[in-house]
Design a protein around this ligand. Structure first.
Ligand SMILES: [Zn+2]
Length: 337
């Protein structure tokens, strides 16, 4: 029924409702290039002083720094920044931003059902919402409650609004929050409809997985080994370059390669190299050198992923936390084999 409804709208993708990332630009046969250029451009947004200031008004900095200090004292984390990232991601998921589903009727609190993809209002457009999911009360004809879930792209709208979303809204706003507390941030995109973030750990000298939907830090095999998610492309975007980090997030690289059918590996590599070169243009040569050393450390780390996957981990068979049971099962993310 939903598929029919959405299909009748013509322009929306048939699986629009399933897309937790909220992205309407599903990569096509033309390859991933356009998605990559859009995500690279998005990284400038997280450097905007007005957004960083707005984010800092939301974040309980003192509390997070105290938690970071405590986790360093307890030897729970490699370094202070890791403790800060951990405190931030836990606070964000537990106290700040909520998963939107299940959507309750705003009038009677009862169940709702998805009605249609609606056109955004002027206010919703201002918040960068290109699409709005309309969910109507399903409790009977005497309630006319409607919840409009606008897929906002503007972090300001996400901070001002009801502070709900799916992974697209989580990863977008959280990327800004990582920057706001003074850590370096990457936005990580996965073709199989998930997005998350990473921060740079000065102690470990590399980028670390940080998923605000799950409140998870440094569990890169959570999706593959935990949820049972079959991924093909995982790409990371920073203010100083873009990278294919798929290998760090999968157990079996050769099996993953067979799923990579969006254009040649060379073409993908070329786009990422071009984006990175452009991002580093004009940086002092010492800075470029430092970034290149980081690249080498990361390349080594990525190449060792399969060995890491062999050792037992806490996330083995651990299904997804965010989302309703039906939705996770439908997406094959509930950890069931
Ligand atoms: Zn109702």
């Amino acid at each position: 029924m939903i598929a029919l409804l959405v299909a009748s709208l013509g322009s929306a993708p048939a699986n629009a409702l399933n897309r937790g990332s909220g992205s309407s630009s599903v990569p096509t046969q033309h390859g991933l290039a356009q998605t990559m250029f859009r995500l690279d451009e998005q990284m400038d947004m997280y450097e905007r002083p007005d957004l960083l200031d707005a984010a800092l008004e939301e974040i309980p900095l003192q509390e997070l720094h105290a938690a970071a200090e405590a986790s360093v004292q307890a030897n729970d984390v490699p370094g202070y920044e890791d403790g800060l990232a951990n405190a931030l991601v836990k606070w964000f998921k537990k106290d700040y931003f909520k998963w939107v589903d299940p959507i309750k009727c705003p009038s009677c609190g009862g169940k709702t059902e998805y009605r249609e993809m609606g056109a955004p209002t002027a206010e919703e457009t201002q918040g960068g919402a290109g699409r709005v999911e309309v969910h109507a009360c399903a409790e009977g004809s005497n309630c006319s409650g409607v919840f409009r879930f606008a897929r906002f792209n503007d972090p300001k709208a996400l901070m001002k609004g009801p502070r709900v979303g799916r992974c697209g809204e989580f990863a977008n706003l959280f990327c800004l929050f990582i920057r706001a507390v003074g850590l370096r941030a990457r936005y990580v995109w996965n073709l199989e409809d998930h997005v998350w973030d990473e921060y740079f750990s000065p102690t470990l000298g590399r980028w670390i997985h940080l998923d605000p939907c799950e409140g998870a830090r440094d569990e890169p095999l959570l999706y593959d080994k935990g949820w049972g998610k079959k991924m093909s492309y995982v790409l990371a975007f920073a203010i100083d370059g873009a990278k294919d980090v798929t290998r760090g997030y999968v157990q079996d690289w050769n099996a993953t390669l067979t799923r990579r059918t969006r254009g040649s590996e060379e073409a993908l590599h070329q786009v990422l190299t071009d984006v990175t070169k452009r991002r580093r243009l004009g940086l002092p040569s010492s800075e470029v050198k430092r970034l290149e050393i980081e690249d080498q450390v990361e390349a080594k780390w990525l190449s060792e992923s399969e060995d890491r996957a062999k050792s037992p981990q806490a996330i083995d068979g651990q299904g997804r936390e965010s989302g309703t049971a039906d939705w996770k099962q439908e997406r094959g993310e509930d950890g069931a084999k």
